[in-house]
Design a protein around this ligand. Sequence first.
Ligand code: TRP
Length: 462
Amino acid sequence: MTDCQGDGEGTMSPMELFEKLNAQGEKVRSLKSAKAEKAEIDAAVQLLLKLKVDYKQMTGQDYKAGCPPSENLIVSNNGPAADDCDGEDLVDPWNVSASSTKGVDYDKLIVRFGSSKIDKELLERIEKVSGQRAHHFLRRGIFFSHRDMHQILDAYEKHKSFYLYTGRGPSSEAMHVGHLIPFIFTKWLQDVFDIPLVIQMTDDEKYLWKDLTLEECHRFTVENAKDIIACGFDTLVLTLLNVVKVQKHVTFNQVKGIFGFTDSDCIGKISFPAIQAAPSFSSSFPQIFGGKKDVPCLIPCAIDQDPYFRMTRDVAPRIGLLKPALLHSTFFPALQGAQTKMSASDPNSSIFLTDTPKQIKNKVNKHAFSGGKDTVEEHRKYGGNTEVDVSFLYLTFFLEDDEKLEKIKEDYTSGALLTGELKKILIETLQPMIAQHQERRKQVTDEMVQQFMTPRPLNFKF
Ligand code: TRP
C-alpha cells in the first residue's frame, strides 16, 4: 500500500481551503437533492472527504461548516484524520482513513468500488486450476476482492497464459514489512502459474506528489528495487509504450471524477494515471510478448490502487485492448492499530526491512497495540481480543501455519496466552524473516538492479 499521506492542497491558505470545502459541501448537497447519478455523487463526496483530510492536516482542526479556521494553526502530519461523511471510509491512492475505530469496512468498499468478493467458490477454483493450496493471504481474506479473476482462470484452463503486473512508487529508502505483501503474493502467483511478471517502479510518481528531488526519487527507486529483487523476482520494467494512447482517450473531466484532481493540480499529476495504466496491456512489452495485444493481465495490489485500474478498464475497449483483471488486498495495519496510518517518517509505526533483531523486539514490545486486558488476573479471567490485537494481526500475515495460528487465537481468547507471550511469538516470527531478507538483499548489487531494469526478452514463449 502507499504511505497514506495526503497530497496536500499546496499553495492554498487555510481560509481558501475552508471556502473550497464550503463550496464542495454545497455541491454534494445539490447533487443529492437533484438525485444526480450515483457515480457523480460518489466522486463529489470523495473530493469533499479528501479536502477535509487536507484541511485537518493543514490546520490541525476538523472542518466544520460555519466555523472558519482559527488563528492558532497547529500543523500536524500524523494523527488519524478521523473523518465522518455519511459514515464512509476514505480510500484513494493518497489517503486511507476509516470512519470507524474498527478500521476500513472492506465489504462496503467492495460495494462502493463495484468489485467482487473473493468467495469460497473462487478460492476453490484457484486451487483447482493451479493445483496448489491457496496462499494463506487468500485463505485468510488478506486478498479479499477481485475483478474478472474467473475470466483469467477460464482462459488459463484453455491453455491461454496471462501475465502479472504490480508496482511500487518509492517515496523513501525505507520499506516496511507491509510493503512486502503484494510482492510476496505476486511471487506466489508467479510460481504456481509459471507466467511472466512486470513490476513498474514509478520513479516519477512521488516526485509529482511529494517534496522530493528527481535524484532522490531515483536513488529510492534503486534501493527499493534491491528489496524487491530480494523477494526472488527476476523482472522489473519501466515502460512508456501505450502511455499516450491512454492519454488521448481519457479526458480531464474523467480523471477529475475518478481521482478528485482539481484545476490547480499540476499537469504531471493529471497525466500520471496513464503511466500507471500502460503496463496493463501486453502490447507495452514487445520484448516479452512479441507484439501480441491479447495476453491478459492480472494485477495484484492493495485496494487503494483500484481507481487507477478502474480508469484503465474503462479506457481499454476504447483503444482496442483487453481490460486487466485484479486481485485486491486489505491494508497492513500500523503497530498502533488498524485505524491509524503507517508512515515512513515515523519509525515506530512499523517494522522496517532494515530493523535489527533488537529493534524488532523493542518496537513490538513497546508499540504493538494490544487486545489484552490490563492485568494478568483480568486477562486470565476474560481473555484477549484478537480482532484488534496488532501482534495477532501481524501473525495472520506472516505465520503460515494455520494450526498454530488457530491455537494462538484460542489460547489468547481464553486468556491462557498472555500479551507478552503473544508478542514473543511475533518477535520470533519476524526476526528470522527480516534477517533472511537482509541476507538476500546484501547479494543484490547496483549492476544487478541495472540489469533488471533493462528491457529484455524473458524465458517465456507466447
Ligand atoms: N502507485 C503505486 C504506489 O504508490 C505504484 C504502482 C505503479 C503500482 N504501478 C502499480 C502499484 C501497479 C500496484 C500495481 O506505490
